[in-house]
Ligand binder design. Structure first.
Ligand SMILES: Cc1cc2nc3c(=O)[nH]c(=O)nc-3n(C[C@H](O)[C@H](O)[C@H](O)COP(=O)(O)OP(=O)(O)OC[C@H]3O[C@@H](n4cnc5c(N)ncnc54)[C@H](O)[C@@H]3O)c2cc1C
Ligand code: SF4
Length: 492
């Protein structure tokens, strides 16, 4: 059955028809979009591990599900990189079958509770919802996804997807971020013997070391990882592929296919004077130390400096996570310094809103040009060039141009640089024969994610050079389908 046939067959089920007819579309569209319940901004700006978004109640979720028109050709699905059957899970929520809704999500997404929290739905599925065409807000697909996944977890009745008969074929995955996890889940479902090798002492990639707990609690990620364990996936921590074990070792151990999902964890810097001063570090270092190494605890082995005036350079999700973390660690002034205007910021709209509510200051159209230190080499000031917006650049965003002579100096005692990341270089160097782009990403076929080495596939940030959780997961799914097809062909 094709996806279109499956969508149509599900939509034609008698209960769906009854549900559709139970309320006119006009009435459905007139229902106000639900608002997410949140922690109080003043309280939450002082606590690091309590989640800001509290989720929807059952009643709120059912009302919101009524807003979905159960379209015959659901445009929302076109905006989802993993192809979640959106109206199918939403209509299950409308009829109160929350566990069924979660099952539908799990057919195509290995991490629904994660995606429901961190995906930029406003740019993906929700941006294609038909309600927008009628001048109404999109159905809150992300909130509903989170609701169904959370309901299942809290009910204790977690479903494990159907697993095909074990085929004994060993597959290795390098990296346990969303690309690796999604690939591992899909291959385990197909009966493969999957082992995920992770360099760090925690499984989850950026979901654990990057995104803070106030946005994505670790326990949520752990439950999703446990689900994969129950599906038979093996995890090996503290193992750096390319150092601890080599490409040849993997072959010697009988692995027939390798999926590289090693991410883009190499921070970029601006290379401006003073960037090496004490108190200036990358977002990667800052967040990894706080999230994974207990560095917010002054008694830990390597505590972070708790700045009073902290400037975070950048406008992406990583910058928002850093500045909100700094605020929670006691910064009196936590400032976003961004060279374009707020409109061009790549961070999710919700993160910007939350940051503002928590007292974060925004210095848009400013760009650091130099850091000044005290006599002990610690940063004490930064010089900022004021910017204006010029013509659009290759990214379609208006290019920031310096305003001549407009330079100001502000006091800071900590700076977090969050101006992008580059691919981790280890695997590209360690796997001889792997074709690499100028940016250091692994080159793969767009449809099959296969690299220049026939048994090596790759996906996520190591291919895209810094993207999103759901795009990484979509890559994992495509690579799994293609690797399975290739291995099945070999065995025919
Ligand atoms: C702070 C932050 C916030 C973000 N917020 C969002 C958000 O809100 N929404 C969103 O959609 N995206 C967000 N992103 C981007 C998103 O997290 C990434 O695009 C996504 O995690 C990429 O997934 P991945 O699986 O390719 O790599 P990663 O998640 O980076 O995982 C790669 C893993 O591979 C491991 N590894 C690397 N080399 C080796 C090796 N040689 N051997 C073994 N293991 C290795 C690494 O330790 C890591 O655990 C954010 C990113 C950051 C840094
Ligand atoms: S496009 Fe919007 S209304 Fe239509 S099925 Fe998708 S979520 Fe429902």
């Amino acid at each position: 059955m094709t996806t279109e046939e499956l969508i149509a067959a599900r939509r034609a089920e008698p209960w769906r028809e009854v549900l559709r007819k139970s309320m006119k579309n006009k009435v459905r569209s007139s229902i106000e979009r639900v608002k997410m319940n949140e922690l109080d901004p003043d309280y939450r700006s002082r606590v690091r591990t309590e989640e800001v978004n509290l989720g929807l109640t059952k009643e709120q979720a059912i009302i919101e599900a009524h807003r979905c028109l159960d379209c015959p050709s659901p445009t929302c699905m076109r905006g989802c990189p993993v192809g979640i059957h959106i109206p199918s899970f939403i209509k299950n929520i409308e009829r109160g079958e929350f566990l069924e809704a979660a099952k539908v999500l799990k057919e195509t997404s290995a991490l629904p509770a994660v995606c429901g929290r961190v995906c930029p739905q406003e740019k993906q599925c929700e941006s294609q919802c038909v309600q927008l065409k009628m001048g109404k807000p999109a159905v809150a697909i992300g909130y509903l996804e989170r609701f169904a996944a959370d309901y299942e977890r809290e009910s204790g009745q977690i479903s494990i997807p159907k697993i095909e008969k074990k085929n004994g074929v060993k597959i290795a995955v390098v990296g346990s971020g969303p690309a690796g996890l999604s690939f591992a889940g899909d291959m385990a479902k197909r009966g493969y013997d999957v082992t995920v090798f992770e360099a760090l002492h925690e499984i989850g990639g950026v979901l654990k070391y990057g995104i803070p707990e106030f946005r994505l609690p670790n326990r949520i990620v752990d439950v999703e990882i446990d689900g994969l364990r129950q599906m038979g996936v093996t995890f090996v921590k503290d193992c750096i592929v390319g150092k601890t074990i080599s490409y040849d070792d993997l072959h010697d151990e009988g692995f027939r296919g390798i999926f590289v999902a090693s991410g883009a964890g190499l921070p970029n810097f601006m290379n401006i004077p003073g960037e090496n001063l004490v108190g200036i570090m990358s977002s990667n270092e800052y967040l990894t130390r706080v999230n994974l190494m207990d560095a917010a605890n002054p008694e830990s082995d390597t505590p972070v400096w708790r700045g009073r005036t902290v400037a975070v350079i950048g406008g992406g999700n990583t910058a928002m996570d850093s500045v909100r973390t700094a605020r929670r660690l006691g910064a009196e002034r936590a400032i976003i310094v961004y060279r374009r205007s707020e409109e061009e910021m790549p961070a999710r709209a919700e993160e910007i809103k939350h940051a503002k509510e928590e007292g974060v200051e925004f210095m848009t159209l400013h760009n650091p040009i130099e850091y000044l230190g005290d006599e002990r080499g610690r940063v004490k000031q930064m010089r900022l060039q004021k910017m204006a917006l010029g013509e659009p650049d290759a990214s379609g965003r208006r290019r920031p141009v310096p305003v001549e002579g407009a330079i100001e100096t502000i006091d800071v005692d900590e700076v977090i640089v969050s101006v992008g990341v580059s691919p981790n270089p280890l695997i590209p160097h360690a796997f001889k024969g792997l074709e690499i782009s100028k940016r250091g990403t692994i080159i793969v076929g767009e449809a099959d994610m296969r690299s220049s080495l026939p048994d090596v596939y790759a996906g996520g940030d190591i291919v895209r050079g810094g993207a999103t959780v759901i795009l990484a997961m979509g890559d994992g799914r495509r690579a799994a389908a293609a690797m399975d097809e290739a291995l099945s062909r070999e065995n025919r």
